[in-house]
Design a protein around this ligand. Sequence first.
Ligand code: GLA
Length: 384
Amino acid sequence: MDIEFVRSRFIKHFDGQTGNIYASPGRINLIGEHTDYNGGYVFPGAIDKGMMAEIRPNGTDKVRAYSIDMKDYVEFRLKEEDAPRTSWARYIFGVCREMIKRGVDVKGFNTAFAGDVPLGAGMSSSAALESTYAYALNDLFGDNKVDKFELAKVGQATEHNYCGVNCGIMDQFASVFGKAGSLIRLDCRSLEYQYFPFKPEGYRLVLLDSVVKHELASSAYNKRRQSCEAVVAAMQKKHPHVEFLRDASMEMLQEVKGEVSAEDYMRAEYVIEEIQRVLDVCDALERGDYETVGQKMYETHHGMSKLYEVSCEELDFLNDIARECGVTGSRVMGGGFGGCTINLVKNELYDAFITRAKEAYRAKYGKLPKVYDVVISDGARKIC
Ligand code: GLA
């Protein structure tokens, strides 16, 4: 992302003055999908695409915000009742409110922001925006007293309280804690985490964007979470220690089969298996066993498509093409309902796979998938 680009727009919109510039990335996730809000493991990494914002306190009680990409301007004050209607501005407003709730004395500021993480592609553009502002407000108004865990929670709480998505912590955590060249295995219950250097010799990680836009907020995501909670509630009658599906086994799931809906049962089955797959993939990576990593990715795709039902026709098609081409691993990434597949591809297969995927996708759907090579990068930071 281009600092000069953001700065030139900020100067143009705010009377020639400059401020501080902050940036935060989007993320990929190698494996562990819909496990975060179930207290399980995830395995994300920050990427070289994200959001960048210039910010300058303006001595008033008003935030004046300009979206460079959308050429849209919104002003709001900082009290709870001042929430703007415009959806992108609600993210910034939400972060301001959540920082205020954590004792940061947020005052009015001018800001302009832009991003190069594709919107609605399952790469967490919204988490990138939240982390950028959480990091910036902590630096400008909070003496950096709010710790990084809490900054991630500020983004998550923004989604819950101001954007209507009951998401887990994965995206915001990856955006804040990202480290160049490393994936992060995160235990979403304890928030213990470990960096895994990720440079698969002989392989490339590539995203194929179906360019089907997902609408996470469109209740389907929240409904999945409710299914998981319903199964936990049923298990708790006999196993009071079960707080999340993380604590559950397939045997426990069998026990409640008659008490939960067939749909909720399938959802839980996927989650219990998926949590185990993250651990299996970490073990396989430590052995350099990419075949197993890839096989688990295909298993995840199958589970997300058939049991959790968050894939779509286009993503299933891209997954089938990957399999036909002999790609080592492939699966839908992120919340689902559209967005990208993540593919672990042998170097020598890369060109043939991309060519074939593009041709086949265009023949079937009349449009090209977008291709993004993954570069694992650093998390939230101040640029200048
Ligand atoms: C979205 C949510 C995350 C996570 C993923 C699925 O990206 O924001 O918290 O649940 O979906 O793994």
